[in-house]
Design a binder for this molecule. Structure first.
Ligand SMILES: *Cc1c(COP(=O)(O)O)cnc(C)c1O
Length: 389
């Protein structure tokens, strides 16, 4: 940890100071041992397949490089990212990793993939043709994946395009198709009829590409249907401790814990208000703790005004509701029920973690844990607890 404690400090030390918990408005602790244990749970439940990891969007907000390095130590070799730049960054950090780029091949950019040794997930005939042409021109057979759309209508070859492609052996032989994959729209609801429909279509298309390893399962599918494991699993959210299911208990361990620093504890008299819009009024003489993080850090403003009343934090061993609107850098909580001697400037309140789960935050905010995690801000002090290996 580098901290220059000097107002004349050069500009580089400003970045370094984010590492100092004593200065932090918010501290994000990432439990790499829990992450690895979540990954192993999925690997153990699917012993016939390789368990990869989806680390797009900076590993769902938790830090792509430390996350991927911990997983590699545990035995993970294949990663999926969304964007080419994410892939290049990951490959630079982990040269031995196999990195698939889900968003596909941008026009004219095959050279970028070759240079960085990352694999495009080819989403259309045009992308397949461009990759094959590039390989022919360079006289190399570069690896790539094929994505078949089985009902999501987002990215991927339409089933008919895939059927036609299967007949173009000369095109497929120009490169090295290492994977055929599809993505489920409703795996978070295992009872949804769409799941079986997508799987049946995937099986039909896949049979046309008999040599290619296959991949269908995201987190939810990896956990509920071991028989859908195919050759490679693509879990994301479950690794990071978010619930991959809607309406079922979360089977995963908590990975991310966010603390807000108490900047000030203040007394608010009955009838006074707290925060913008004077939206919270003290019904009695109250005590308020002001935390050093806000919506600029991913603490959604709507959390202070949810349908079931405001969301809460966990502080001094008790829950405390938000009081007034969450602002850009600050959030106030009502700690009137907590003895004043238990509260002090500089202490931490758990904003998200074992007592206030990411799933609960998501429910309050009317969203999913994916959005809570990927919205986490960039100005926390981030502490990674080691994997213990
Ligand atoms: C994001 C993503 C995943 C991971 O999904 P989770 O629900 O987070 O497990 C898998 N496959 C594709 C194509 C994705 O875009």
């Amino acid at each position: 940890m580098v901290f220059m404690g000097d107002h004349e400090a050069p500009a580089e030390s400003v970045a370094a100071s984010w590492e100092d918990p004593a200065l932090a408005g918010g501290i994000l602790c990432i439990d790499l041992a829990a992450l690895v244990a979540n990954w192993r749970d999925i690997a153990r439940a699917n012993t016939g397949a390789e368990t990869a990891a989806v680390v797009k969007a900076d590993a769902y907000g938790l830090g792509m490089e430390p996350v991927a390095k911990a997983l590699v130590k545990a035995g993970c070799r294949t990663f999926f990212v969304a964007l080419p730049q994410e892939g290049a960054a990951l490959k630079r950090a982990l040269p031995s990793a196999r990195v698939f780029v889900l968003s596909g091949l941008p026009r004219g950019e095959a050279g970028f993939f070759q240079r960085h040794q990352i694999l495009p997930v080819l989403n259309s005939i045009a992308e397949v043709e461009e990759w094959a042409a590039f390989c022919r021109e360079r006289e190399v057979r570069l690896p790539a994946a094929l994505h078949v759309d089985t009902g999501m209508n987002r990215l991927g070859l339409a089933p008919d395009e895939a059927r036609r492609l299967a007949e173009r052996g000369e095109l497929l032989r120009r490169f090295r198709p290492e994977l055929i994959m599809s993505h489920l729209a409703c795996a978070d609801e295992p009872g949804h009829e769409m799941n079986a429909r997508q799987k049946a279509l995937f099986d039909e298309i896949r049979a046309l590409f008999p040599q290619m390893p296959a991949s269908l399962a995201n987190s939810a599918a990896s956990l509920v249907w071991p028989e859908w494991e195919y050759d490679i699993l693509r879990p994301g959210i479950a690794l990071y401790g978010g619930n991959p299911f809607s309406g079922r208990p979360n089977p995963m361990r908590t990975v991310a814990t966010l603390y807000g620093t108490v900047l000030q504890v203040r007394e608010v008299r009955r009838g006074e208000t707290v925060g913008y819009g004077a939206a919270w009024r003290a019904a009695r003489d109250s005590r308020i703790a002001v935390l050093g993080l806000g919506y600029a850090d991913g603490l959604f403003r709507c959390l202070s005004d949810t349908a079931g009343g405001p969301a809460h934090v966990f502080i001094a061993g008790q829950f405390a509701p938000y009081a007034g609107r969450i602002s850009m850098d600050l959030a106030a909580v009502d700690v009137s029920h907590i003895p004043p001697e238990d509260l002090e400037r500089g202490m931490r309140a758990e904003v998200m973690g074992p007592h206030v789960s990411v799933d609960e935050l998501a429910r309050w905010a009317g969203t999913i844990p994916y959005e809570i995690l990927t919205s986490l801000g960039s100005r926390f002090t981030r502490l990674y607890t080691p994997t213990g290996e």
